[in-house]
Design a protein around this ligand. Structure first.
Ligand code: DOR
Ligand code: ZN
Length: 352
């Protein structure tokens, strides 16, 4: 049990991360590598990563961009399209390149225009994933213009996720960045099966949809799925701080250049990596559940993915600091505001 001002944790992992490429990759990677042992790397680059060769090359670019001495491990994903070949996916899995397949409904979010138009077309891929025990990571929102944007996750559960799980009773699925009471209840309803996990972001634990309109339009609070009402945020806090096995950390840290956010049609994405673990510590502290942070951040994810927890630790002190207005050319979450916890020791990664 940690004392109230110092927190030492088994090193956490980030089960949902956007690192981008080239100069942006080099700028944003050190913050994640200082905190997390491993991360599931999202494949929504331009063009998306759809082959083993693409993922292998991207992994090499990430490793080349790591700070000297870092042991951070990028876990690569395959971007599913209508044309994804199960044999290619299987080859990536058996060769240790792909850790999972990522399913974006077509046009659901940033760089998802090559995504899946109808999941039923992917039944042969689902069969293969189920047989391999390879996880499917889903962006859980329907895209129909007739469904209100705040209802798209709940409708996805009914129309897509429930039938998928019923049709493939052994398929391992991660319901990514859940944002609703309905999603939390659905994941808990499947907990006994041990094959449905859910990631929860720090920003969805900290803001509700009012943040988008606080005194004016706030592009830096815009992400997808969009933040929901307060009762949904409270359900997410309850799930994360419960320590229950299906819920684990996934920041969905998603950097965009300032001009792409502050625009007439701003991109979705919140950049939380510069306080990637500190923000969660704040949530757990406020909920009186710091003793559950390690389960959520360091143990539940590896257990779901069939991996061992990291063998080193990180230490946080309850010492406030101010998040800069700009970090590496990107406006971070909480820019110019207090962050309660400070990362003070990291036995392997390079401290930022
Ligand atoms: O807010 C988001 N940003 N949600 C996503 O699903 C994608 C991400 C991005 O790539 O920017
Ligand atoms: Zn994402």
């Amino acid at each position: 049990m940690p004392s109230s001002s110092v927190l030492t944790l088994r090193r956490p992992d980030d089960w949902h991360l956007h690192l981008r490429d080239d100069a942006m990759l080099r700028r944003v990677l050190p913050a994640s590598a200082a905190r997390f042992g491993r991360a599931i790397i999202m494949p929504n680059l331009r063009p998306p990563l759809t082959s083993v060769a693409d993922a292998r090359a991207y992994r090499a670019r990430i490793v080349a961009a790591l700070p000297v001495g870092s042991r951070f491990q990028p876990l690569m994903t395959c971007y599913a399209t209508d044309a994804t070949c199960p044999n290619e996916v299987e080859r990536g899995w058996t060769e240790g390149v792909f850790a999972a397949v990522k399913l974006y409904p077509a046009n659901a979010t940033t760089n998802s225009d090559h995504g899946v138009t109808d999941i039923v077309r992917l039944n042969p891929l689902m069969e293969r994933l189920q047989a391999l025990g390879m996880p499917l990571l889903v962006h859980g929102e329907v895209t129909s213009a007739t469904v209100d944007i705040f209802d798209r996750e709940a409708v996805f559960i009914e129309r897509v996720l429930a039938p998928l799980l019923a049709g493939f009773p052994r398929l391992k699925v991660v319901f990514e960045h859940v944002t609703t009471q309905e999603a939390v209840a659905f994941v808990r309803g499947h907990a006994a099966e041990g094959r449905l996990g859910a990631t929860i972001t720090a920003h969805h634990l900290l803001i509700n949809r009012n943040a988008l309109f606080a005194g004016g339009l706030r592009p830096h609070a815009y992400c997808l799925p969009v933040a929901k009402r307060e009762r949904h945020r409270l359900a997410l806090v309850d799930a994360a701080t419960s320590g229950e096995a299906p819920f684990f950390l996934g920041t969905d840290s998603a950097p965009h250049p300032v001009a792409a956010k502050e625009s007439a049609c701003g991109c979705a994405g919140i950049f939380t990596a510069p306080a990637g673990i500190e923000l969660y510590a704040e949530v757990f502290e406020r909920a009186g559940a710091l003793d559950k942070l390690e389960a959520f951040a360091s143990f539940n994810g590896p257990a779901f993915y069939g991996l061992t927890p990291n063998d080193d630790t990180i230490t946080l002190h309850r010492r406030p600091w101010i998040m800069p207005e700009l970090v590496e050319g990107v406006v971070p979450f909480r820019a110019g505001e207090d962050i309660t916890w400070t990362l003070t020791d990291t036995t392997a990664g390079t401290l930022q």
